[in-house]
Design a protein around this ligand. Structure first.
Ligand code: SF4
Length: 261
């Protein structure tokens, strides 16, 4: 039976991660385009990203902590739409907590690097390219250039992961590296993940082998997406790990999938 929705035109790293954790999740989010309610964590992440984007829209010497703080109220308000407020049951106390935590993340960010000295080649940079048959699309937080080449910078507001899991931690950013190489003709030399909540940075070089592996993974995922799409259904692969943070638990259960608690 055919799905009553068009095949997505592009594959983003986050949608690819959805598919790899559970193909049904990809069906609900990317194919059927069901809305994923905001959580407190995603709202905070968006607010921090929005302030840093506004900061990097300024000229280098103007990117001060005072300039970032001055943009905090406006950018946080733009993230807190009525829909988001409803999703996270935002009352005055929660809003105050959000503003305080975003302000603290900004303070911490300024202890990690000096944005006045950063040569950003792109901010919220949208890139797309066909990579080994997969139509990749991604928006990079930041792409920096120094004398040694390009660096992908990704802001994180969650916990710092154990370095034993680097292969998972860097997977999305490494796919961005493959996308950069395909669309800009230049492979970034490294990736920096800035954990602005914790004041820690994880860095990893980008190698040809890593980019090749990510390209192959994207091509494999896209082939499987097309196969399931043509078959009219994406299988559910429930597990505690995949389902815990899935926004589609209710609809999935209603369709008969035994979603673990
Ligand atoms: S609830 Fe679990 S099984 Fe259902 S779509 Fe989400 S991850 Fe997949």
């Amino acid at each position: 039976m055919a799905l009553d929705h068009p095949l997505p035109a592009a594959l983003s790293p986050s949608r690819m991660a959805d598919f790899q954790s559970c193909p049904r999740r990809y069906q609900y989010g990317a194919v059927e385009r069901r809305r994923q309610p905001a959580s407190y964590a995603t709202t905070k992440g968006r607010a921090v990203h929005a302030v840093l984007e506004a900061l990097f829209a300024l000229g280098g010497p103007e990117r001060t902590l005072e300039a970032a703080r001055a943009r905090l109220e406006e950018t946080t308000a733009s993230v807190l739409t009525e829909e988001v407020r409803s999703d996270i049951a935002c009352d005055d106390a929660l809003e105050a907590r959000l503003r305080a935590e975003v302000a603290a993340a900004l303070d911490t960010y300024f202890t990690m690097e000096d944005p006045t000295a950063v040569a950003a080649e792109g901010v919220e940079l949208r890139l797309s390219a066909e990579v080994d048959g997969a139509p990749l699309l991604g928006i990079l937080d930041r792409l920096d250039r120094d004398a040694a080449g390009l660096t992908i910078v990704d802001y994180k507001t969650g916990k710092v992961p154990d370095r034993r899991y680097d292969v998972h931690t860097f997977a999305n950013a490494e796919l961005y590296a493959a996308l950069c190489e395909a669309s800009l003709g230049e492979r970034p030399r490294s990736i920096r993940l800035l954990y602005v909540g914790a004041g820690r940075e994880l860095e990893r070089p980008v190698t040809e082998a890593v980019v090749r592996a990510r390209r192959q993974a994207a091509a494999t995922v896209w082939r499987r997406v097309r196969t399931y799409y043509d078959a009219g259904a994406f299988p559910a692969t429930p597990s505690v790990r995949a389902c815990r943070f899935c926004a589609f638990r209710d609809v999935c259960r209603a369709s008969g999938v035994p979603v673990p608690v």
